[in-house]
Design a protein around this ligand. Structure first.
Ligand SMILES: Cc1cc2nc3c(=O)[nH]c(=O)nc-3n(C[C@H](O)[C@H](O)[C@H](O)COP(=O)(O)OP(=O)(O)OC[C@H]3O[C@@H](n4cnc5c(N)ncnc54)[C@H](O)[C@@H]3O)c2cc1C
Length: 416
């Protein structure tokens, strides 16, 4: 079958790779000049299978109110007269109940688990190097309240059979020796030892090359205008260049996915949640992280990527802007220099990206009512983590095979 994948972020490229392996003739279209140049470019580098869960959780609305007034706030709301923003926020609030959280977390964890397996397979098949490490995620608590609140995460990990270790400050230092110099600031930690780290951009570029070797065509610098259908079936993709005739389309356009779907009456509840990162060259390895440390106070992830520290986080609800305010940079600098001052901040590069977030945290993957029109998008906070599993899942759906995961859990129809 001729399949056109829209978007060459980590989700589009992993999708194209799986579809090419399944024997399809695949074309990938992206407006950028290469793969992973938007949200997949500078993310925090966590491949956090165990830490995977929705942001909409019990207690979050109350915490969010407090965060809004913090100096180094993890959440920033820049309200606009925008119905999409308001309705997304209301749906997110509706997902903050205990029962909804349990359902959403379960779906995300199962997708993450499939991704763990699928990423290991991709590594074995391709040998791509992407500054990968397999040393876990350490969630670091600076207050007793944070440590006590983690009991609900521990319960969820235990229930799902995900390995974890509850650590005292000495245990945290054993895992991350550079924390020894801030011993007095640490109250404890929660380690998910099976988590990984890696540079999403390097991975995506490497996989795009492997996909090309399997016969995938990449059309960069090409903006998708619309999907052309006839008698309820996909016919072609209209672009700013020549149209692309196709049997099927997979939409992997991240935060921009909803625009293309409106024409078909498909209301995809994906909204951009902006985040920021700094990439800092390491000057003193003894004061740099070994893996990912999640600073629970600022909700910021600090990750070792080869000879660099990547520090990323913050959730800013401000529409589609990707501007770079100095105040956000200060927050990242504050968190990293407090815990891991082993990098040269004067040489750091500052970046922002738009997480394609669904209100329930779970991506939208599967078929639509238009024949040949498929979705693989809405991966929000952990798209790098969930990408390989999502690609395997959509390839199974398109093939009409038995899927590893329940299709209903990820289909757009769950919002009805
Ligand atoms: C600060 C930050 C930290 C993060 N940290 C982590 C982390 O540690 N671990 C993790 O798992 N995830 C993390 N994420 C989330 C992760 O980066 C995203 O979920 C993931 O990159 C989404 O990938 P995507 O392919 O869906 O979207 P994108 O990478 O945005 O790809 C979409 C592509 O579509 C293209 N496009 C859009 N519209 C058009 C059009 N009309 N025509 C042609 N092309 C178009 C764009 O050019 C783009 O290349 C983080 C995100 C941010 C912002």
């Amino acid at each position: 079958m001729k399949i056109t994948v829209l978007g060459a972020g980590v989700v589009g490229v992993t999708t194209a790779y799986q579809l090419a392996k399944a024997g399809h003739a695949v074309t990938v279209v992206d407006r950028q000049s290469g793969p992973a140049l938007e949200t997949s470019f500078g993310n925090a580098g966590e491949v956090s299978f165990g830490y995977c869960g929705p942001w909409a959780a019990p207690g979050v609305p109350q915490k969010a109110l407090k965060w809004l007034f913090m100096e180094h706030a993890p959440l920033i709301l820049r309200p606009k007269p925008d119905w999409a923003m308001l309705s997304w926020l209301l749906r997110m609030l509706a997902n903050c109940s205990g029962p909804r959280y349990a359902v959403n977390k379960g779906r995300m964890l199962r997708m993450a688990d499939l991704s763990r397996e699928a990423l290991a397979d991709v590594r074995a098949e391709t040998g791509i190097a992407y500054d990968e490490r397999m040393q876990g995620t350490l969630q670091l608590f600076r207050t007793d309240d944070q440590r006590e609140a983690s009991a609900k995460d521990v319960k969820a990990l235990a229930a799902d059979g995900i390995p974890y270790e509850v650590l005292d400050p000495e245990g945290c230092i054993r895992v991350e020796p550079a924390l020894a110099h801030v011993r007095e600031k640490i109250k404890g930690g929660l380690l998910t030892p099976k988590d990984e780290t890696g540079d999403c951009y390097k991975f995506t570029v490497g996989l795009a090359e492997k996909a090309r070797a399997l016969g995938v065509t990449f059309r960069y610098g090409t903006t998708v205008k619309t999907i052309v259908t006839s008698a309820g079936k996909v016919e072609s993709v209209a672009t700013n260049k020549v149209p692309i005739p196709t049997d099927a389309v997979v939409v992997c356009l991240g935060s921009y996915s909803p625009f293309l779907l409106r024409n078909f009456g498909i209301k995809l509840p994906v909204y951009p949640v902006k985040g920021y990162s700094l990439t800092i060259p390491i000057t003193d390895a003894a004061r740099a992280p070994e893996s990912t440390v999640m600073d629970e106070s600022y909700k910021i992830a600090i990750t070792r990527l080869g000879d660099r520290i990547r520090v990323g986080g913050m959730a800013e609800i401000s529409g589609f802007t990707t501007d770079l305010p100095t105040a956000r940079r200060r927050t990242l600098e504050h968190s990293v220099s407090d815990l891991f001052p082993g990098g040269d901040l004067s040489k750091a590069s500052f970046w922002s990206g738009l997480r394609p977030m669904t209100p329930d945290g779970t991506p939208v993957i599967g078929a639509t009512h238009i024949r040949g029109l498929y979705l693989n998008t809405g991966h929000g906070t952990l798209g790098w983590t969930m990408s390989c599993g999502s690609a395997r899942h959509i390839a199974q759906v398109i093939a009409g095979e038995k899927t590893d995961l329940s299709p209903a859990d990820y289909a757009i129809a769950r919002y009805r």
